[in-house]
Design a protein around this ligand. Structure first.
Ligand code: 13P
Length: 263
């Protein structure tokens, strides 16, 4: 894995969404065993909630982290079907996805709710991975940057006061253009870089240049072994949040390998 960029350590994250059963998840983790070495990168798996415990056990001894695909903004209570930050921690999670576009779309999650979820994650010691991105119609209407700006500021409003002044930022962003998710239509490197650069510039305005330069911004949306090298060559793309191509350990490993080779 030599050659991956400094100072931001890349993240390769598998968002399995509502896929895989326990046996499949365990064999995926076994396939990573011995194959990853000690990558100069963070590797995170986001399994569906019922798989968290078995994935957390299966990755013991591997330099791989586990995360929840969603987190409730309250720490406990009468919220049928939801999962709290303390429960995710208890299951061995380090990360929590917040604001994935499928949750914004299917569960009517608003910008302020996403902010509250990220805040809950942070307050309980989880690292939120905050997803943002424009829809096809927003891009066509020239509203991409306004959308990203609105989504980012809502989250920063919620979490800024709980961020440390010193040390590495305890959150990451994932730019996931909605039109690229599950469609095979990956953003071009230039287009993705433009969005990442925009997000980092907005981060710098809020958090200062030093802290903004430490925040890892992942790209997500039809990332696959064949396109990650050219994407990660862009200066502000710090890894990938992978859906479909993360369900198969061979292609997920190829994503990590091909990115490292390009670094
Ligand atoms: P695909 O890689 O399947 O496009 O999904 C991306 C995604 O939504 C990751 O969170």
């Amino acid at each position: 894995m030599a050659g991956l960029r400094a100072p931001r350590r890349p993240i390769f994250a598998a968002n399995w969404k509502m896929n895989l059963l326990r046996d499949e998840a365990e064999s995926f983790c076994n396939d990573l065993r011995g194959a990853l070495g000690s990558p100069e990168a963070d590797v995170v798996i986001f399994p569906a909630a019922p798989l968290l415990d078995s994935v957390a056990r299966s990755i013991e001894g591997l330099s791989v982290m586990v995360g929840g695909q969603d987190v409730h903004h309250e720490s406990e209570g009468a919220f049928t079907g939801d999962v709290s930050a303390p429960q995710l921690l208890d299951a061995g999670c380090v990360w929590a996805l917040c604001g994935h576009s499928e949750r914004r779309r299917d569960h009517a999650e608003t910008d302020s709710l996403v902010g509250a979820k990220a805040r809950a994650a942070l307050d309980h010691g989880l690292l939120p991975m905050i997803c943002l991105g424009e829809t096809q119609s927003q891009r066509k209407a020239g509203e991409t940057m306004d959308t990203l700006s609105r989504q980012l500021h809502a989250v920063l409003d919620a979490i800024e006061s709980s961020l440390d002044e010193e040390g590495e930022p305890r959150f990451a962003l994932a730019y996931e253009p909605v039109w690229a998710i599950g469609t095979g239509a990956t953003a071009t490197p230039a287009l993705a870089q433009e969005a990442h650069d925009f997000l980092r510039t907005r981060l710098a305005e809020r958090l200062g240049t030093r802290r903004a330069s430490q925040v890892r911004i992942l790209y997500g949306g039809s990332a696959k072994p064949g396109n990650v090298a050219e994407l990660i060559a862009e200066p502000d793309i710090d890894g990938f949040l992978v859906g479909g191509a993360s369900l198969d350990s061979v292609s997920f490993r190829a994503i990590i390998h091909n990115s490292a080779a390009a670094g």
